[in-house]
Design a protein around this ligand. Structure first.
Ligand SMILES: O=C(CO)[C@H](O)[C@H](O)COP(=O)(O)O
Length: 338
């Protein structure tokens, strides 16, 4: 079928390529003309303005947006102003689900459907496919089924193909509920992502310190005494451990695959400074947990750890030292070398 894609960054452009590879017709638009030109070179129909883009779409028009959350609402308003009842806007970015609920109500008043699609797959999606978490009215979601089927990974290679009548989840896409439900599920997915990532990172860091007893013989002995140095004499090969865990262990996952790849190519992770950014979904997940009174200690710890990595605990850490000094005259020890 025909689909319009606006926002041709790493995700949007590769989604267009995957759609065209499966025979869909794609009309594309981006504020960067070079991004449009690249996909026109691959067979898409390009547009130089939003009006031209919408004008090139057959009715009912289907416009898929892959934009940063901060500008998505504004662009939905602009594109919807050019659309008609029965048309469909699809938001595939990491937008806040509250915005999807509110936008859907606004568009519904004009007869336009909003379908929110949490899209996971990152830069690997072109080849692996994208896991799609979908919210929106049945009629619009059903209309887009062939697009979702193409973008999603599909049935596992080699496994017997599941019966679609029993649901689309085994194919990698799921209609989760009305508008907002897709972004809600994707938000929690990303909250979980923080926790899983933190678990691997913390575990690997403990393994990295398994030789701390050896370091005791050096300068650190005075600054951070280790009670039983004989138990910490292991030089663990982290890339190899990550690799072996990928084969048959309980904690195998795609994130572990990526972790193993990163450690293999750069065991000291020299290209990273360790300031871990966050784009909002972890914060929103915790807001939902607080609103609904659901405990989420792992996810909150992982989020707050990111804030610390961004330097946000520096003042509170200094204040802790100030209090220790004030009540007991305790002075800070120099940082232990690793
Ligand atoms: O949707 C994604 C993966 O599924 C995002 O790319 C990822 O979650 C990045 O988020 P953050 O910047 O908060 O780490």
């Amino acid at each position: 079928m025909q689909i319009g894609m606006m926002g041709l960054g790493r995700m949007g452009a590769n989604m267009v390529r995957r759609l065209m590879r499966d025979g869909h017709e794609c009309v594309v638009y981006d504020i960067n003309p070079a991004s449009v030109a690249a996909l026109v070179g691959d067979g898409a129909l390009g547009a130089a303005s939003m009006a031209e883009f919408v004008g090139k779409l057959a009715k009912p028009r289907c416009v898929w947006l892959m934009l940063p959350a901060a500008i998505t609402g504004k662009i939905i308003d602009q594109v919807a102003a050019l659309m008609e009842p029965g048309d469909i806007v699809i938001d595939g970015g990491n937008s806040y689900y509250h915005d999807a609920v509110d936008q859907a109500a606004k568009l519904a008043a004009k007869g336009i459907h909003l379908v929110d699609v949490g899209t996971s797959g990152g830069v690997w999606g072109l080849e692996r496919g994208y896991c799609l978490m979908i919210g929106g009215p049945d009629v619009a979601v059903q209309h887009l089924d062939s697009v979702f089927a193409t973008l999603a990974p599909g049935a596992d290679a080699g496994a017997p193909s599941p019966d679609k009548a029993a649901g689309t989840a085994p194919f990698g896409y799921l209609h989760c509920g009305p508008s907002g439900a897709g972004h809600f599920v994707k938000m929690v997915h990303n909250g979980i992502e923080y926790g899983v990532m933190a678990a691997y990172a913390e575990g690997m860091n403990i393994l990295k310190s398994a030789n701390a007893g050896k370091r005791q013989r050096t300068a650190d002995a005075e600054t951070s005494p280790l009670e039983n140095p004989q138990y910490y004499q292991f030089d663990i090969d982290l890339p190899q451990v990550a690799e072996v865990w990928r084969h048959g262990s309980v904690i195998g996952s795609w994130l572990l695959d990526l972790t193993a790849g990163a450690l293999k190519s750069d065991p000291g992770l020299a290209q990273f400074g360790g300031r871990v950014s966050d784009s909002g979904e972890g914060r929103w997940t915790l807001k939902a947990a607080i609103d609904t009174g659901v405990p989420a200690p792992v996810l909150s710890s992982a989020l707050f750890d990111r804030f610390s990595s961004q330097g946000e605990s520096e003042f509170s850490d200094k204040l802790l030292s100030a209090m220790r000094y004030a009540f007991g005259g305790h002075v800070e020890k120099p940082k232990a070398g690793k």
